[in-house]
Every structure is written in structure tokens, then in C-alpha cells.
Design a protein around this ligand. Sequence first.
Ligand code: FES
Length: 226
Amino acid sequence: MVDDDKGKIEDATVESGQTPLNDEARRHFLQGGIAVAAGLVLLSIGALDKVFRFFFGPRLTEQEETTILRAHVKYSEQTLSLEKLELEREHNNYIFVAALADLDQTTGKYFIDYDMGPALAFLGSDGLPDLLSAKCTHLGCTVGNQTNDKGQVLCPCHVSYFDIKTGAPTPDSPAKTPLPHLGWVLMDKQKKVLASRSAAGEISGDIGHAKQQGADVYIQKTAGAV
Ligand code: FES
């Protein structure tokens, strides 16, 4: 550059109040500022994320949210149906168990008793219902509904066998007390009581007639268990 041109540039720079050094410094300053701002934004997002997670738990994937939602719906449905069963038992003196003709000697039909416990209905060898609690007397698991060749049902939790005729556990079972038997009532289709048996085994009514009528089996609120 000739001395004349150089002089002009310096003059112009002096006139505008800027020097090449000042521009450079400003650029660095700006870049630094942007970097710091970006860092602060990222930091604040991370901090916000931590705060969010602290209060609302970890973020879930769509699939995890769907799974949780489904489990929640299922739990609500179960709660609802349990409440319905409870209300039904509260307001009715009789609860339908099964048609007598549908009972079987080796496969018990599950139902819920008046205490909201699981129970089983078998057909006894006399052709009458045989109802007993299905709540294991060891630690409360539900016993199976299939009898083995000795007429026993199994509680799979800690392996207790119960004789369905007597309710008694086998001597080597962890359960030491029998499954209580439940009373029952036989009714015709018009819900007229034909016969009944208490939990203690006392029979009333015309059993023969009830059998011929194709009666339905009910449990009765006051029947209790023995
Ligand atoms: S709960 Fe049935 S054997 Fe333990």
C-alpha cells in the first residue's frame, strides 16, 4: 500500500472512532457472550429438567405411559367389580353360586362368599352341593379347584392338601386347620326356597324334590361357615 492510501484509511478510522483492534475485540466479546448465554440456557434446561423430575418423576416413553395407564384402568376395574360384589352381598340375603346341574365332583366352581373370601362349590357324592372356603388356613392363599385322586385340593403357596369332604388338611401340610364348609340353599327358578343345609350340616326342606326341580344353589347371608 502506498503511504498516501494508508494515511487515508487511518484517517477514516480515526474519523469513525473504530480501529481494527477494536473490531476484533468486539467480535471476541460477542462470541464469548453468545457462548456464555448458550451455556446458561443449557444449564437452566438441565436444572429445570431435574426440578421437573424431582416433582413429577422420571419422564416416560409413550409405551411406558400406555402400560401404566392400562394397569391403572385394570386396577380401577377390579376395584369397581369388588365394590359391586360387596354391595351385592350387603343388600341381598342370597347370592347365586351355580345351577346344581353345573356342579362337578372333581372341578370346583369358584365364587365369592359373604366375607368377600374365595370359596368353592363341588357336587358331593350324595348329589348335593358341597361348599367350602377356598382361603387356605395357613397364610391365606387361594386353593386350587381341581381335586387329585384322593379328593384333595392343593394350596400351591406352601403345599397344603385339603380333603374337600371334611375340609381337613393332610398331617404333613403347613396348614393345620380345616377349610370351613359353607351352608347353602336350593331354590327353584322363581326363587322359592326348596331346601337348605347349614354350615354345620343340618338339612331342611325336601331335598329330593329340590333335586328334581333342577334347582339353583345359593349361599345365604345368615348361613355362616363352620
Ligand atoms: S398359604 Fe396355603 S400352604 Fe401356605
